[in-house]
Design a protein around this ligand. Structure first.
Ligand code: SDX
Length: 388
């Protein structure tokens, strides 16, 4: 029975689907959304433009963009009863657990759209996830949450909800808003990564978009995936506290028994460099310079990168900085706390997840149900408890 089944753990050599959304070439370090290079999009587009491109397949005209942006603005307010669910979380609840629970709760709040069109649910998610994401931060500060401000663009509105206080209006710094815009674009999609594959698999049972996205948030929270951006900063802080001894940590990363991994290094697909890491590293230099911030952790990160890239262990295994290695340094410069870094990844990845879910539905893909090779017990009779 197992003659025809081959095991491909981690799906390293399995193509799960055909997709027209994102192209990446791991050898050449190429990443394109719907044919457009991330280098161009990160420089010239807004995050909402890229979200539209991923979800609907084309860059929007001015009119399409205005309609998209306005529809989102009409749904940024979160149902006040959702706040009651949120209030139940402890002050130190991890924002990723809160976010996945709140997004899943949306499937309980918005059940009426039997029209079959997910268009409104797509708009609601794009509109409400940033609002709910900021609640955790405000609660951790003991501050009141902020309502969205529809006179602001998507990134500025997020920053305002994060940092505005009733006692002092928050002035959005264009440098900060532009840096956030670039980071969200660079996280927007990445073909069949762990969390996107999760969204597609859950969606293949025709579970709701909210349930599928909530599953994606949970997969992303893992330290081997999106959770790595928080781990990187914690690792860099530990190295700084340990006198900046990068050689010691390089040695530990090479010692399998140390249980230590160089977080933010390595990638399943990119084997020469992660094009996003290159852009983010340059953006980190630019943003810190523009904000006049001298973050010693950036120097440690650069030293760690240089040391690893000249070490046979990493070169032989083609381990390079990935998207998570430098992103935390920018988030920190923007005032975003470490435990919110993976939430930022989720906000960026949301349009990609939505686009991939939409494509899977449009292609009428069958429910995902892989097989296995059974290696368990051979047939045996039941033994009553008094005989065991
Ligand atoms: C993301 O898939 C995506 O596209 C993901 C993502 C996206 O946009 O969605 O790009 C986002 O998740 C980026 C990756 C973030 N994760 C980390 O930075 C965690 C640290 N990196 C690793 O755990 C690892 O590199 C993975 C998970 C990223 C990739 O794992 P693989 O492809 O399964 O590779 P592996 O674990 O089998 O490692 C191959 C070898 C092993 O050594 P050997 O057994 O061959 O001797 O490389 C070693 C590993 O021990 N290795 C590392 C290492 N990563 C791999 N050794 C030290 N430090 C590391 N970071």
């Amino acid at each position: 029975e197992t003659g025809y089944i081959t095991i491909d753990s981690g799906y390293k050599n399995t193509g799960a689907t055909k997709s027209a959304i994102t192209f990446l070439d791991g050898e050449l370090g190429i990443l394109r959304y719907r044919g457009y290079s991330i280098e161009e999009l990160a420089e010239k587009a807004s995050f909402l433009e890229v979200a539209y491109l991923l979800i609907y397949g084309e860059l929007p005209t001015a009119e399409q963009y205005a309609t998209f942006e306005n529809s989102i603005k009409m749904h940024t307010i979160v149902n006040e009863d959702m706040r009651k669910i949120f209030e139940g979380f402890p002050v130190n609840a991890h924002p990723m657990g809160v976010l996945s629970a709140m997004v899943c709760a949306m499937s309980a709040f918005y059940t009426g759209d039997k029209s079959g069109s997910d268009e409104l649910n797509i708009i609601r998610l794009m509109a409400k996830m940033p609002s709910m994401a900021t609640w955790s931060y405000k609660k951790s500060q003991g501050h009141p949450v902020n309502y969205p401000n529809n006179s602001l663009d998507y990134c500025s509105n997020f920053l305002n909800m994060m940092f505005a206080l009733p006692v002092a209006p928050y002035q959005v710094d264009p440098v900060v808003s532009a840096a956030l815009n670039k980071l969200l674009i660079l996280h927007a999609d990445h073909e069949q990564n762990c969390s996107t594959s999760t969204v597609r698999l859950v969606g293949s049972s025709h579970a709701s978009l909210y349930a599928s996205i909530s599953a994606g948030i949970n997969a992303l929270s893992g330290p081997l995936h999106g959770g790595a951006n928080q781990e990187v900063i914690e690792m860099l802080e530990a190295i700084k506290a340990d006198g900046g001894d990068t050689a010691k940590y390089i040695a530990m990363a090479k010692d399998k028994n140390s249980g230590f991994r160089l977080m933010g290094f390595g990638h399943r697909v990119y084997k020469n460099f992660d094009p996003r890491a290159r852009i983010i590293k340059k953006a980190a230099d630019d943003v810190l310079a523009a904000l006049g911030i001298n973050d010693p952790v950036l120097k440690i990160a650069s030293e760690l990168e240089a040391a690893a890239l000249s070490d046979e262990y990493f070169v032989a295994r083609k381990l390079y900085p990935n998207v998570d290695f430098y992103s935390g340094i920018i988030y920190r410069a923007l005032g975003i706390p470490t435990d919110m870094f993976t939430v930022m990844f989720a906000i960026g990845r949301l349009p990609g997840w939505i686009a991939q879910w939409k494509e899977m539905k449009a292609n009428k893909e069958p429910i995902g149900r892989p097989r296995q090779v059974y290696v368990g017990a051979t047939p045996r009779e039941y033994v009553s408890m008094d005989q065991r």
